[in-house]
Design a binder for this molecule. Structure first.
Ligand SMILES: Cc1cc2nc3c(=O)[nH]c(=O)nc-3n(C[C@H](O)[C@H](O)[C@H](O)COP(=O)(O)OP(=O)(O)OC[C@H]3O[C@@H](n4cnc5c(N)ncnc54)[C@H](O)[C@@H]3O)c2cc1C
Length: 409
């Protein structure tokens, strides 16, 4: 939608082909229906959040940074608010308002929108210098075009329309695809105890993801225990490290520091104080002020202690064991939920074959890319939509420039 509107604004005659019966189906469910449309941070931070591929976005983000996304929506009457972590949302808290801005923008710029129009194939011509001829729709119709912007999204949440078609279309034209993995996805654990604690939300904890002794990532914040494993903001952030590794059959470890604000010494002081105060109580009752109810039997079992044991019988060594579990509740990560359940798809059209200044294909003249179909995936926080908007904007501008240049020849 951003690419189409921008192309039309730059003077192009634009047709937007959408397979669904409505525009912006995924956009509607973003940010739990509130649409975290960008992050009010510096360009460098956006780049950082995309990991090793982030530098690809340098040029597009300079042209269309978070402040330009803000301005785009503000100019069209959408009031925005900044929340925790500089996440930007519509003040209305309703993603439908974001989709409405796009619909109005497309209408205003004269973009012809064709719904229920799945594209099956991008058609090219020329042997030596291959260039765009048009597209073939699923109903067999051919539509000619001087340029095509492929912005078909990733392969996650396929119910929203992003079924991965664009990957296949790009690959058919010779583009290299980086392997697809679920990113921002809940994680499965080996431990069965999670079933009993499902639904438990842990706030202000630190989760560390480890491959052997190597710390892959460490995040502080909120997480959720589910019937299959773990989820929630900090887990989704760590999940990007998981899929490529566990698919090689390599289980990873997660350690949850349940008391990150207390170092070992201070936590031991606290335990000693609690144990003095509750000396006559059973261990399971003495831990009530320290732990959520659902975790008490889990922590006690991991320490090989009896829940009914009176606290005054707990030895110093047992208390230290308790401390170790509280500072690093261990979980074994065996996998992720499938790609269809991931917030974003990692992998896709190889960055090497896309010009980062124009989003043009390096293989086919007149072909451009925008959004998640490109091999880019970031953290939560509005970064993925920021990148989709920036790459879409650049692709729209340059697709028109390319068709104008063609007309001159
Ligand atoms: C539950 C959820 C919450 C999210 N929340 C946020 C958030 O708050 N902030 C954030 O930054 N990111 C969020 N994301 C990620 C973000 O939504 C995506 O990265 C972003 O939508 C990608 O934009 P896109 O235009 O590339 O693809 P999409 O938004 O997926 O759009 C692609 C469009 O192409 C259409 N299409 C696909 N194939 C064809 C075809 N063959 N023919 C015609 N049309 C086709 C699809 O129907 C779809 O409408 C969230 C994702 C999910 C799943």
């Amino acid at each position: 939608m951003m690419a189409a509107g921008t192309a039309a604004e730059a003077g192009g005659e634009v047709l937007l082909l959408e397979k669904n019966s409505a525009l912006g189906k995924k956009l509607l469910i973003t940010g739990k229906g509130r649409c975290n449309l960008t992050n009010a941070c510096e360009i460098e931070e956006v780049i950082d959040r995309f990991g090793s591929g982030g530098k690809f976005l340098y040029s597009a983000l300079h042209v269309f940074p978070p402040s330009a996304v803000w301005q785009f929506f503000a100019d069209r009457g959408l009031e925005l608010v900044v929340e925790r972590g500089r996440r930007v949302f519509p003040a209305s808290g309703n993603s439908a308002d974001v989709v409405k801005v796009f619909k109005d923008y497309l209408a205003q710029q004269g973009v012809i929108v064709k719904l229920n129009s799945p594209v099956e194939e991008i058609i090219i011509q020329g042997e030596e210098a291959r260039h765009i001829a048009g597209v073939k729709l699923a109903n067999g119709n051919f539509l000619s075009a001087d340029a095509v912007i492929l912005a078909s999204g990733g392969a996650s949440y396929p119910g929203t329309g992003s079924t991965g078609d664009g990957y296949l279309m790009a690959a058919k034209l010779g583009h290299t695809l980086q392997p697809l993995y679920p990113a921002l996805v809940p994680l499965k654990t080996k431990e069965e105890w999670v079933k009993g604690a499902a639904g438990l939300s842990l706030r202000n904890v630190r989760a560390r993801l480890l491959d052997g002794e190597e710390v892959l990532g460490s995040e502080f914040g909120e997480m959720l225990i589910t019937h299959f494993g773990v989820s929630g903001p900090i887990i989704l952030t760590l999940s990007r490290f998981v899929a490529p590794r566990v698919q090689q059959g390599k289980p990873l470890r997660l350690e949850i520091d349940l008391k990150p604000a207390l170092d070992d010494e201070r936590l031991d002081d606290r335990l000693r104080r609690d144990f003095q105060e509750y000396a006559r109580k059973s261990l399971k009752n003495a831990l009530k002020s320290l732990l959520p109810k659902a975790l008490i039997p889990v922590v006690i079992a991991l320490c090989n202690l009896a829940p009914e044991r009176p606290v005054h019988q707990i030895t110093r060594e047992q208390r230290h064991q308790l401390l170790r579990v509280l500072k690093g509740l261990p979980l074994t990560i065996t996998g992720t939920l499938p790609l269809s359940a991931a917030i974003v798809t990692q992998g896709g059209v190889s960055l090497n074959e896309v010009d980062p200044r124009t989003m043009a294909s390096r293989l086919v003249r007149g072909l451009f890319f925008g959004g998640e179909v490109i091999d880019l995936a970031a953290d939560t926080g509005g970064f993925n939509l920021q990148a989709a908007f920036a790459t879409g904007y650049v692709a729209g501008r340059h697709a028109v420039a390319a068709t104008a240049a063609k007309a001159l020849h």
